[in-house]
Ligand binder design. Structure first.
Ligand SMILES: *Cc1c(COP(=O)(O)O)cnc(C)c1O
Length: 525
């Protein structure tokens, strides 16, 4: 294993073989029995570095721009390896670790990124080292059963019944796509079998399919409709109430309209935790309407799934009536990306993701009862992400995870109270989960909506550039707002108050320093 040179063929003049190369033996990099010590040393070293970085992070971000960071890359020649892990990690410090956005920092309030729990990180090390692939049993013995147990555990928490099943996916986007694929196929089969529509062909059905979802549902619903050949036009946007929850009466009206116009509702997608507002659509009322109309109900609980283990489980009441559900453990279960699943009430519907390949999962093997996850998945080779959640549940337990999520929901309630009583700000909705959408109203300028937009855009950019805090933004009724997504149980109301002061300071400075305004160039158009 440690030979540094390879002998050449004997030279023709009969002299002794000479080494011609001093190339290292790259098999020393392989994760194998001969290199267990190198593996131990390398992984320990990188953990030491990350831990040391972790203890030095004092802001969520350094504020670096891509233009400032790019020159670091100019000197790197990917065809000239450094050889030494320590040197490569030094370089990584400069190009990544030093300036990364750190989600664990209490003033990271940006997107739906959670701090991750250490039990899951233990899992990550095992996942990528053993490198099981969850498609077939002969690539993931044991892993397949761990994933299946977690799928069952989740469907039990959801209350989907004895015939339920599901599969882990790369994220909510893929889960939503797969759910809508199943809805499309089930609806199409039913429409073609319906004697009232005997004249219909497959080609007639596709353009008539509609997906009904609220105006603030996740964009992956629209994207899925497009990917599934329905087009963006197939998505019917259902109006919300002031709390940004789908209005059942509006849904009923749209279902009615579909029927009158000869359109076929293929799925209603309810959101349990909208990305922008954390609002939860009224699931029982929506489930009633779906049952009445015979329409597939998909619940996108990518964000709200943490409620399954929280004291507020009742907020998900009605989810047990769904035909399919999306959960993102990498949002509210404090899991590292990726960790997500799509769950279904009737396991038979997963057949729409099945394709028999002779080399992998031949039809003849289907009867052999060898557990095989590729038949349920859009992916083939697939990471053993389930192991992270497994170790999390085995070490911390579900109540531990739920307790962390409850802490951020309590924090959101406290943050809303702060915003609500602060005349500098206007807050949009009282959160059901953990987002706060608001905007700064500059004194004296509140009547100029374009200026209010510009001030808020500026405050967000200025905060990011300072690195003191990271906040998100979104539009509400066409106007720029700021958004805190709270997923860190370590964030305190004091952090929220401090970041609000920073927002207001940047806003005030923007208004009082016209020169700075030109530089930032963020006046809304
Ligand atoms: C985040 C999110 C998604 C998409 O999930 P990814 O894991 O980012 O692919 C879908 N729906 C909702 C409601 C979300 O918040």
């Amino acid at each position: 294993m440690s030979s540094l040179a390879r002998p050449t063929d004997d030279p023709p003049d009969g002299t002794a073989p000479v080494p011609v190369s001093l190339e290292p033996d790259h098999t020393s990099h392989l994760f194998d029995d001969g290199n267990a010590e190198r593996y131990r040393r390398s992984v320990t070293e990188v953990v030491e570095r990350v831990a040391s970085r972790l203890s030095r992070v004092d802001r969520p971000f350094t504020g670096i721009t891509a233009a400032e960071l790019e020159p670091e890359f100019a000197a790197i020649d990917l065809d000239k390896p450094l050889g030494d892990p320590a040197e490569a990690l030094d370089e990584l410090e400069r190009v990544y670790l030093r300036d990364a956005v750190y989600f664990h920092h209490p003033r990271y309030l940006g997107h739906l990124n959670c701090p991750v729990v250490i039990p899951a990180l233990i899992g990550e090390t095992v996942i990528s080292s053993i490198n099981s692939s969850l498609d077939t049993w002969d690539q993931s013995a044991g892993g397949t059963l761990i994933e299946r147990r977690l799928v069952d555990w989740t469907t039990e928490r959801l209350g989907l019944g004895a015939a339920a099943d599901g599969v882990f996916t790369s994220g909510g986007t893929q889960s939503n796509l797969q759910a809508l694929l199943m809805a499309r196929e089930e609806t199409r089969e039913r429409a073609l079998a319906d004697p009232r529509d005997a004249a219909w062909t497959a080609a007639d059905v596709l353009p008539r399919l509609r997906v009904l979802t609220s105006e603030v549902s996740h964009f992956s619903i629209a994207k899925s409709a497009a990917l599934l050949g329905l087009g963006y036009e197939a998505v019917v946007s259902v109006p919300c109430d002031l709390e940004r929850r789908m209005r059942p009466a509006a849904l009923a009206a749209e279902l009615d309209r579909c029927r009158r116009e000869g359109l076929i509702p293929m799925a209603v997608v309810a959101t349990a935790g909208t990305t922008d507002f954390g609002s939860i659509d009224p699931l029982p009322e929506i489930a009633d309407l779906c049952a009445e109309a015979g329409v597939w109900l998909h619940v996108d609980a990518a964000y709200g799934c943490g409620l399954l283990v929280s004291r507020r489980r009742h907020l998900l009441d009605g989810v047990e009536r769904a035909d399919s559900v999306t959960v993102d453990y990498h949002k509210s279960f404090f899991q590292p990306v990726s960790s997500s699943a799509v769950l279904v009430r009737d396991r038979a519907t997963l057949r729409h993701a099945t394709y028999h390949a002779d080399y992998l999962n031949p039809r003849r093997a289907a009867g052999e009862l060898v557990p095989n996850q590729v038949d349920k998945s859009l992916q083939t080779t697939r990471r053993f992400d389930a192991l992270k959640l497994w170790l999390t549940l085995r070490i911390m337990g579900a109540d531990g995870v739920g307790g962390l999520f409850d802490d951020v929901l309590d924090l959101a309630a406290a943050g809303w109270a702060l915003l609500d009583e602060d005349p500098r700000f206007e807050v949009v909705v009282r959160p059901q989960l953990s987002t706060l959408v608001f905007r700064y109203l500059p004194p004296g300028a509140a009547e100029d909506p374009d200026l209010v937009d510009a001030v808020n855009l500026h405050s967000r950019a200025a905060l990011l550039a300072s690195g003191d805090a990271v906040v998100a933004g979104t539009k509400v009724d066409g106007r720029h707002h700021l958004k805190f997504t709270l997923l860190n149980p370590r964030t305190t109301p004091g952090d929220i108050a401090a970041v609000l002061d920073l927002v207001a300071d940047h806003g005030r400075r923007y208004l009082s320093e016209p020169a700075g305004r030109e530089l930032s160039g963020s006046r809304a158009s």
